[in-house]
Ligand binder design. Structure first.
Ligand SMILES: Cc1cc2nc3c(=O)[nH]c(=O)nc-3n(C[C@H](O)[C@H](O)[C@H](O)COP(=O)(O)OP(=O)(O)OC[C@H]3O[C@@H](n4cnc5c(N)ncnc54)[C@H](O)[C@@H]3O)c2cc1C
Length: 462
């Protein structure tokens, strides 16, 4: 008999927890995973996957609109929101089943319950049962954060509820300027809702390259999405089935639904962390971890959104895998968080990897910018008023490509491939020596010959 019931107890059956459980079980560990809601976690159940399905569906509307220029005559189309939601739910249930089966096949045991710490090695399940574990992995993810308690906040929905609306709102106000807010703005607009985005900053997509921010905003506005910046919703009134969102500055917007997507907080509350002695990172509110994802307690690790480092599925997965290899696989791995490609599935899409122009100019003494904006070939016949943006940020001294930013259809698909080159430290000369693939939009990435701007810092010129 060992002192512990399991070698590893994973709290949370999301992207990171599932990967860690499967890999650790593969290394021979006795693993138990607790999931209080549905296996698969945020990404599968109410994040990336259902969102992408909604994005794909709403994009069909653009295809239909674009068809006439190519000779198609399509009778007036109708759209049925409940069908979309039901089919999405079916697919999500299928994926949830796959996640469950895969974990079980690996030899790990799932307990469908909430788990909290009693002490550093003991977990209490909602059944009252306790489990003693040699190691514990906290992979509890994050949750929507609505911000300050303004009057009428109880009327506000988050992305969680947006996936299960009984009907498509005719008018919706979405507060937030990050990727979730903008993706939902484009989703609803594509299906035919009248959308207003409210954001407190001066421009949407904080943290992205300035050209990307300007370009995306202009493209969304061309589609009729109303973007109000420099203000916030400070009160919401309900009259019958309608809501009035009052904005700082005095104006107001009436809608059938109000959604906030202004940020997410790590799921650290009521986990019993204090009983286990696990410290919180004072700067981001997530669990404090070192480069090995180890918490302040030697046998407790944390990965994914609960650490609030880079809240993306592939990051959670890689952290979970690295943890399991390190602790159970005799193969210590630290995750390299540099050069993470990201996308915004707005319409048009954003794909980005590496440094923004501002970041590069702050870090490097000579920075060359290669930038182009052009009409995609499709819109020459569809008549759609849209432009693609492509931008390379290059270290003028080493010629290394530091960043690549694309706004346009399939930008995310393109950037995934470009990310390999950027990660491998490809130079602009490597890009230039690569044959163009014609006719594509992405060929611009290897045919931009002359910098559109060059920034040289005084000290470097000496
Ligand atoms: C709307 C939306 C869209 C997104 N789109 C993308 C995207 O396009 N690309 C991308 O890379 N990322 C996207 N993300 C982010 C991505 O979903 C997360 O980064 C990822 O799911 C984090 O994985 P995780 O394992 O850390 O946590 P989660 O997947 O959140 O899993 C945590 C799990 O722990 C469970 N849990 C919590 N507390 C307990 C407890 N005490 N006991 C038992 N179980 C518990 C929860 O129920 C949950 O299932 C999106 C997120 C949202 C909300």
């Amino acid at each position: 008999m060992t002192e512990f019931d399991v070698d590893l107890f994973v709290i949370g059956g999301g992207s990171g927890g599932v990967r860690a459980a499967r890999i650790a079980a593969g290394h021979g560990a006795r693993v138990m995973v607790a999931e209080e809601y549905r296996m698969g976690g945020t990404c599968v159940i109410r994040g990336c996957v259902p969102k992408k399905l909604f994005v794909i569906g709403s994009h069909i509307r653009h295809e239909i609109d674009d068809a006439a220029g190519f000779g198609w005559s399509i009778p007036p189309v109708t759209f049925d929101w409940p069908t979309l939601v039901a089919n999405k739910d079916k697919e999500i249930a299928r994926l949830e089943g796959l996640y469950t089966t895969n974990v079980e096949k690996s030899g790990a045991r799932i307990v469908k319950t909430r788990a909290v710490f009693e002490d550093a090695h003991t977990l209490r399940l909602s059944t009252g049962e306790t489990v003693r574990a040699k190691y514990v992995l906290i992979a509890t993810g994050g949750a929507p954060n609505h911000g300050p308690m303004i009057p009428g906040i109880e009327h506000v929905i988050s992305s969680n509820e947006a996936f299960h609306l009984p009907e498509l709102p005719k008018r919706i106000v979405i507060q937030g300027g990050g990727y979730i807010a903008l993706e939902f703005a484009c989703i609803f607009a594509g299906y035919g809702s009248d959308v207003t985005v409210v954001y407190r900053g001066q421009n949407i997509l904080r943290g992205f390259d300035e050209d990307v921010r300007t370009h995306v905003r202009a493209e969304m506005e061309k589609q009729g999405i109303n973007i109000l910046t420099g203000c916030v919703v400070n009160k919401i009134d309900k009259h019958g089935k309608e809501f009035t969102s009052h904005l700082t500055g005095g104006s107001s917007v009436t809608s059938d639904l109000v959604m906030f997507a202004i940020g997410r907080h790590p799921n650290v509350a009521n986990l019993g962390l204090e009983k286990a002695g696990v410290a919180i990172n004072p700067t981001n509110g997530g669990i404090a971890v070192d480069a090995w994802s180890r918490s302040s307690v030697a046998n407790i690790y944390a990965i994914g959104d609960v650490t609030h480092r880079h809240n993306l599925t592939p990051v959670a997965i890689r952290e979970g895998h690295a943890f399991a290899d390190t602790v159970f696989g005799k193969h210590p791995v630290q995750v390299d968080h540099a050069t993470i490609p990201t996308a915004v599935f707005s319409q048009p899409e954003v794909g980005t990897v590496g440094l923004t122009e501002a970041e590069a100019r702050a870090e490097f003494s000579r920075v060359d910018i290669y930038k182009t904006a052009f009409r995609p070939i499709k819109s020459t016949m569809s008549g759609r008023d849209t432009r693609i943006l492509m931008k390379l940020v290059v270290d003028g001294l080493s010629d290394r490509v530091l960043g690549c930013h694309i706004v346009g259809d399939t930008a995310a698909e393109i950037i995934q491939a470009v990310a390999i080159a950027v990660k491998m430290k490809a130079t602009k000369a490597d890009f230039d020596s690569t044959f163009a693939l014609h006719p594509t939009a992405a060929e611009e990435l290897v045919t931009m010959r002359t910098p559109t701007a060059r920034y040289v810092r005084e000290a470097a010129a000496e």
